[in-house]
Ligand binder design. Structure first.
Ligand code: EPZ
Length: 443
């Protein structure tokens, strides 16, 4: 198992290009099942989650290869085993989003219940309810979801909201199934995340008829079949936010290209409140909109992120998009640990997503959990320590804290971070980080 040895404090300076979005890639890979044939996906990051999902598609009968220029080629002509095996699903919850496309194309699916993970329970009741509304017969047996639609799926008006608001992968599952259902489907309280909008655009390119993209009300006119297509996934807004925090927590200056500020308004709002400067990297004037207003085009070229006047406290509440993303909560907690004052972070999407609190406190942060909130009392500096990664984003927070802490920080179980960040040390070290990956035998 690998560990990171991180020497701090450092000041990061330089430029980094954001990779394609993991959370757009996974449902789009699942959607390729809907059309028999060869799909070529570009900008899909080279991550362990993507490899695991590729294994899952191959288990179904697909052929998945990476071309020399990094494109992901999926041949879904033959799917002769519509089963999502526990051994794979337990490693990655997103596997659940093969359920909808398998039902839509084959009329049956058997997918392991995902189970929980470090960020809390991961129920799929909304996925199941949405698919049942479309006419699927679903029951649970020996930890598996057994789904059948012998007479096909039929469009329906579906309210998909849950106690925590919308569901990202639940929307993906129902959207993919509805694309091939007979008649019209309306998904009310659909997830508005950019990754779901990207999935909908991919499906429309395949021949689906989806409107309301990016809104909480999706309208889908079912079609008879879909074509395999080539597609490029959007940049990863969570990776972009992570690098922005890296610039801020080290009082550095990082130019971040291939990032879409339009997808990150809540994040940019909090960063600016904290005292972080985010200037568009203007290589050409932004395009003029019909209204004559300056477009957001400048964000397409990237941004320069600096934080030279100290970190100010801020209150953050995570919410479904367009609210502040839960996937950046841990990273911002590391940053606010160094603020000149107290902050409050409330986690409204995954109320248990605080495994990083104890680890950051080991680094001399001053964090106190109060139910779904954490009171962050800013400290002058963090101290290096040996810490344990628990989930993908908590691990990123520990790495960021290690960049700012005085001394040598050891982050254990680095495999968590490899799930969502492609060789992060090879992207941070050229900016001035001092991170060494070491393999620890037998751990
Ligand atoms: C997606 O997970 C992301 N994963 C997560 O990112 C992200 O944290 C999450 O959305 C929220 O934005 C991928 O896209 C692969 P949800 P998902 O269904 O779809 C409850 C990362 O770090 N809920 O939107 O599984 C659920 O318990 C990962 O990249 C139900 O109650 O999340 C949670 O409280 C971690 N019933 C809330 O809804 C359901 O049937 C939001 O979950 C489904 C969800």
């Amino acid at each position: 198992m690998d560990i990171f040895r991180i020497e701090g404090p450092v000041r990061l300076c330089g430029s980094v290009t954001i990779n394609g979005s993991k959370n757009a890639s996974l449902p789009i890979m699942a959607a390729s099942i809907l059309a028999g044939g060869k799909s070529t996906l570009s900008a899909v990051p080279n991550l362990s989650d993507i490899s695991v999902f590729s294994q899952l598609l191959e288990q179904l009968g697909c052929c998945v290869t990476r071309s020399d220029n990094g494109q992901l080629c999926i041949d879904s002509t033959v799917i002769d085993n519509p089963v999502g095996d526990y051994e794979i699903v337990r490693k990655m919850r997103a596997s659940i989003c093969i359920l909808g496309p398998l039902l839509a194309r084959y009329g049956k699916a058997k997918v392991s219940m995902p189970g929980g993970c470090a960020i809390g329970d991961r129920p799929v009741n909304l996925h199941i309810r949405g698919l049942q509304e479309l006419g699927a017969q679903i029951h649970l047996k020996n930890g598996y979801i057994i789904a059948e639609a012998p007479n096909g799926l039929r469009g329906k008006e579906i309210f998909l909201g849950g106690p925590f608001g919308s569901t990202v992968l639940g929307t993906a599952n129902v959207l993919m199934a509805a694309a091939l259902a007979k008649g019209r489907t309306i998904i009310e309280s659909a997830a508005c995340e950019p990754e779901i909008a990207d999935l909908a655009k991919y499906l429309n390119k395949m021949g689906a008829k989806i409107s309301g993209i990016g809104s909480p009300r999706l309208v889908i006119e079912g079609v008879g079949h879909l074509q395999p297509v080539d597609y490029e996934v959007i940049p990863d807004r969570i990776e972009a936010g992570t690098f922005m925090v890296a610039a801020a927590i080290t009082a550095g200056e990082i130019t971040i290209t291939n990032c879409r500020l339009d997808d990150m308004m809540a994040v940019v709002d909090r960063l600016r409140h904290i005292g972080v400067t985010i200037d568009p990297l203007l290589s050409r004037p932004p395009p003029r909109l019909a209204s004559g207003d300056a477009g957001a085009g400048e964000s397409k070229n990237g941004v320069v992120v600096t934080c030279s006047d100290g970190v100010k406290p801020a209150d953050i509440t995570t919410q479904p998009y367009p609210g502040f993303p839960t996937d950046l909560q841990a990273q911002f907690m590391a940053l606010l640990s160094l603020a000149e004052g107290n902050s409050v972070i409330i986690e409204k999407v995954f109320p248990d997503r605080f495994m990083h609190v104890a680890e950051l406190n080991r680094m001399a942060a001053n964090l106190r959990k109060e139910g779904p909130a954490v009171i962050v009392a800013g400290v002058e500096k963090l101290m290096a320590a040996s810490v344990m990664a628990s989930d993908l984003r908590a691990s990123a927070a520990l790495v960021l804290a290690g960049l700012a802490a005085e001394g040598i920080t050891i982050v254990n179980r680095v495999y968590h971070i490899d799930r969502g960040y492609e060789k992060i040390e090879k992207r941070l070290n050229p900016l001035g980080a001092k991170i060494k990956r070491k393999q620890i035998k037998g751990v």
